[in-house]
Design a protein around this ligand. Structure first.
Ligand code: AGP
Length: 608
């Protein structure tokens, strides 16, 4: 939800911190700040507003000389976006400085205790409590103060900490919020995510819960909560620096939409071998696959929508009962799980608080959890029993596109493998389906080349107030994702509706000119949805139809038609979503919205 950075080494710290924060702005961007030790004391500058405000205030860091510092970009959780609530936060004398990503759940009680001891607070944040609590415990030994702090805190945190009387050290500690450490030629860095350090190093350490890092000019030491030194192995990051940049596209979202064919291929290719599906990381024997009695797919937002789609794929192909749950609901509803249940947690970031909590709830009950995750080394990836990575690369735009598409692919592969192992489909059927799967990237490319036509259509609806997406079965799931895309980046109200359900109330909202997008990719449901199109059209709606090439009959009831190439009925979401992503994108830029950083949102929702 927020981004933290830190640097210690030979170079001036402030420019490196600001550059790192610019790579983390997708994690939150309502305020930012940096603190640098200038050889005598710690200097800090922080302000409300985007990172560029901080760049202006510090003259791109030149106003903050020094080679040790920490920085932060914020997505407000406790305390409105303001200068006072921006990080870093200080203790009373300014000799201890903290940046934080996460939420301290018991901060109110701690704040009351500190206030009774004479501490005064300048902000409404939970993080400031940490600065004062460190002050309370500090007797000259940073490690001791930090471990005592850790025993008192409840909630999630990744901290960057500086102690003025230890000017050649930075400390970092993690519980539940992501934290990495990078070792470069000219110094060492801490950050919330890989893009912030890629420019300086590919060798990173993923910090686990309860681990503390001390960074010095010579290198780094790792400790556990008992202050015992521990050893860790670095991971080499394969992403190139450009992968985390825009690559010539106007927006990250457009770049990532155009990366979909490649990353979809990257996700399935390594798992196809001689006409079979090989998912080594699955960690399940064929017998264990045959023993699966029920599947849960648990996720949030767009990841949840992939589950809604793949419920039909798993049930249709592998004949395994599937329940799809919002993680924020699943974790509190005391679900009925047994040893024959497999729970799949789908998450791009691998840090979504509700999805992580759902995973932990399931593991507490001894039930197998498979993660489908995009960020290597993320919390969900490391805490799941097994993880199947989606190879989408870094996804920077808040609105997911390429990660979504690879999540679908991962679940298609699982469903086909399960169906084959359980004897529900023949080798011949599998091979025909794999041919369809391998054709998807080129079909996606064809649909992406259609963007000008979509843009012209989108420009007609910049002033729309309500848009409806309707469909049945997988088409309903496609409608859910299309509606979310439009809402989150164009701020136009939209609803996805099971087409057969519209007449049970919501059809009363249809007026002259209301846009209704009907998705008709499921042959057996085509006529049913056609009749729903007539229902809304007779009430004045303007109907956009998305259907498979050849279904020209749809033109009788639609004002505008987008055809997608023919593919296996279970894979149509991967194609139909392309024009609908483009539609949302062009409405958003037509309205002048900030496509990559929509208001009120953050890329990774690491709080409840
Ligand atoms: C999708 O465009 C949204 N940004 C959001 O719904 C997202 O899918 C959701 O927060 C889940 O994130 P995750 O995949 O990182 O867990």
């Amino acid at each position: 939800m927020c981004g933290i950075v830190g640097y210690i080494g030979e170079e001036q710290a402030a420019p490196i911190l600001l550059d790192g924060l610019s790579k983390l702005e997708y994690r939150g961007y309502d305020s930012a700040g940096v603190a640098v030790y200038n050889g005598e004391e710690i200097q800090m500058v922080k302000s409300m507003g985007r990172l560029k405000v901080l760049n202006e205030l510090t003259h791109d860091g030149a106003m903050l000389p020094g080679t040790v510092g920490i920085g932060h970009t914020r997505w407000a959780t406790h305390g409105v976006p303001s200068d006072a609530n921006a990080h870093p936060h200080l203790n009373k004398t300014g000799s201890i400085v903290v940046v934080h990503n996460g939420i301290i759940e018991n901060y109110v009680k701690l704040k009351q205790q500190l206030t009774r001891r004479g501490y005064e607070f300048r902000s409404e944040t939970d993080t400031e409590v940490v600065a004062h609590l460190l002050d309370y415990y500090y007797r000259g030994n940073p490690l001791e103060a930090i471990t005592r702090l850790m025993h008192r805190l409840e909630g999630s945190y990744a901290f960057g900490i500086m102690f003025q009387d230890h000017p050649d050290e930075i400390y970092a500690v993690r519980k539940d919020s992501p934290l990495i450490v990078g070792h470069a030629d000219t110094g060492s860095l801490i950050a919330s995510d890989v893009p912030a350090v890629l420019k300086y190093t590919r060798s990173v350490y993923f910090i686990e819960n309860g681990e503390i890092v001390r960074l010095t000019r010579e290198g780094m030491q790792f400790y556990n909560i008992d202050e015992e030194e521990i050893s860790k192995e670095p991971v080499t990051i394969a992403w190139d620096v450009n992968a985390a940049e825009k690559g010539g596209y106007e927006h990250f979202m457009l770049k990532e939409m155009y990366e979909q064919p490649k990353v979809v291929r990257d996700t399935f290719s390594p798992r196809l071998k001689n006409g079979d599906i090989v998912i080594e990381e699955l960690g399940m024997t064929d017998q264990e696959i045959r023993d699966i009695g029920k599947l849960y797919i648990v996720a949030c937002g767009s990841a949840y929508h992939t589950g809604m789609t793949c419920k039909y794929v798993f049930e249709g192909l592998a004949r395994i009962p599937v329940e799809v749950d919002l993680a924020s609901e699943f974790r509190y509803r005391n679900p009925i799980l047994d040893e024959k249940t497999l729970v799949i947690i789908v998450s791009q970031s691998g840090e979504t608080a509700d999805s992580l909590a759902a995973l932990r709830e399931v593991k507490k009950r001894g039930i197998r959890v498979l993660g489908i995750v995009n960020v290597v080394g993320s919390s969900i990836a490391r805490e799941a029993d097994n993880v199947m990575y989606t190879w989408a690369g870094p996804e920077i735009a808040v609105a997911t596109t390429k990660a979504y598409s690879t999540q679908l692919i991962a679940q298609y592969l699982l469903a086909m493998k399960f169906a084959k192992v359980r004897g529900e489909i023949s080798q011949e059927t599998l091979e025909v389906m794999l041919e369809d799967l391998e054709r998807l990237p080129e079909q996606m490319e064809m649909l992406l080349s259609n963007k000008e036509r979509i843009q012209r259509f989108a420009n007609r609806y910049l002033a729309a107030k309500d848009v409806f997406f309707i469909g049945r079965g997988i088409d309903y799931a496609i409608s859910m994702e299309s509606s979310l895309k439009l809402k989150e980046i164009s701020y136009i109200h939209s609803e996805a509706y099971a087409a057969g359900e519209l007449k049970h109330g919501t059809i009363s909202l249809i007026e002259d000119g209301t846009l209704v997008a009907a998705v008709l990719t499921q042959e057996d449901l085509f006529k049913k949805t056609m009749s729903n199109m007539v229902e809304v059209k007779t009430r004045g709606a303007c109907v956009l139809a998305v259907t498979v090439v050849g279904n020209t009959e749809v033109e009788k009831n639609a004002d505008y038609v987008i055809y997608i190439p023919k593919t296996n009925q279970y894979f149509t979401n991967s194609l139909a979503i392309i024009p609908l992503q483009l539609f949302a994108y062009y409405v958003s830029i037509g309205k002048g919205c900030d496509v990559d950083k929509p208001r009120n949102l953050a890329k990774s929702v690491t709080v409840e």
